[in-house]
Design a protein around this ligand. Structure first.
Ligand SMILES: [Zn+2]
Ligand SMILES: [Zn+2]
Length: 344
């Protein structure tokens, strides 16, 4: 089958690889759509996400829509040909964190799409039944693939504990930032300000419900009576954004760090401001069991995913699409790649 394979920093190729062979407890899937995520671009541009380095040829792709393509589908309560979402993280189900409802912290989890586990940017993929999420028939493959990103947003908003009427600043108007902004709006936030240096991303933020979209975090204070917003949702790839969130948020406010910074450290944090403000700072690692909520958020129009899916390409154009998305060209927010063609 054809697959996109990352060999290391800035080395990405379209190759022929063997079709995955499902074990007894796995099903063969035909990949319908895969969204390109910021973390995929870290693997491509840096050869790593934080300390997770690419050491073997790696198929990326963890935002996955697929058709069940296995003759044993009915044994697993599924239908051959059925469109499903695929949760990229396989968990053990019985460690302390799994039992406590935090499977994203499972001690033996396997995240498909990051080394050493292969992702789905290929014609076929395999998954255990626990990773397979049936979805309503009216959802398109692109939207189904993007449910993972919506889930990241829902997980972060649970941490945020937003109260009705509270002011919010979102740092970063990439796909996750735009999902967070829409969820904050849907959850009844007050003033909503989105910060991004890129003009077309600010335009998207305004279109999707931001009251203001500004190019730099230091503009936020002036828009919030000088005291900053109650909540800052950080969704950038910049090591500077943690410090910017500290400087931006109101005293006694909350910060949720969602973005993956380039490299392995944040930039120095202003310790005096951090201490003085008595902040609550929360971090996120992927998500928990939130697919059901992600489906609801999309079907009820709380999150307009189609507005974020700006580019739709076939597998042969995937590498060009990676480059476009990494370079912020052509108004690109998020790309959907259709490994078996746009018409399946
Ligand atoms: Zn992702
Ligand atoms: Zn576990």
């Amino acid at each position: 089958m054809r697959a996109v394979v990352i060999h290391g920093e800035k080395d990405i190729r379209l190759e022929d690889v063997p079709v995955p062979e499902p074990a007894d407890d796995e099903l063969l899937l035909k990949v319908a759509g895969v969204c390109v995520c910021g973390s995929d671009l870290h693997y491509y541009m840096e050869g790593a996400v934080n300390t997770k380095k690419i050491l073997e040829p790696q198929i990326p792709g963890h935002e996955i829509a697929a058709w069940v393509w296995d003759d044993r589908a009915e044994q697993f309560g599924l239908k051959k040909g059925q469109l499903v979402a695929v949760e990229p993280t396989a968990v053990c189900g019985h460690c302390e964190h799994c039992v406590n409802g935090r499977p994203n912290l499972c001690v033996t989890q396997r995240f498909h799409g990051g080394p050493p586990h292969q992702g789905a940017l290929a014609e076929y993929f395999k998954a255990t039944p626990e990773m397979i999420i049936p979805v309503p028939e009216d959802l398109s493959p692109g939207v189904v693939a993007a449910l993972e990103a919506v889930g990241i947003g829902i997980h972060a908003m649970r941490k945020a504990d937003l109260q009705v009427g509270q002011s919010v600043a979102v740092l970063g108007a990439g796909p996750i930032g735009l999902i967070l902004a829409q969820l904050a709006r849907a959850q009844g936030c007050g003033r909503l300000i989105v910060v991004d240096p890129i003009g077309y991303r600010r335009d998207a933020a305004r279109k999707l419900g931001a009251d203001e979209a500004v190019e730099s975090f230091d503009k936020v204070a002036g828009l919030t009576g000088g005291h900053g917003p109650d909540l800052v949702l950080e969704a950038t790839n910049s090591p500077d954004a943690f410090d910017q969130a500290v400087l931006t948020v109101k005293a006694a406010g909350r910060i949720v760090l969602v973005g993956i910074p380039a490299g392995v450290t944040y930039s120095p944090i202003d310790a005096i401001t951090l201490r003085a403000k008595e902040l609550t700072i929360l971090t996120c690692n992927k998500m928990g069991h939130v697919y059901h909520e992600a489906i609801e958020a999309v079907r009820r129009g709380m999150v307009d995913v189609d507005a974020i899916l700006t580019h739709h390409v076939e597998l042969a154009e995937a590498i060009a699409a990676y480059n476009r998305q990494a370079a912020y060209e052509d108004g690109c927010l998020k790309t959907v790649v259709y490994p078996n063609g746009k018409d399946g």
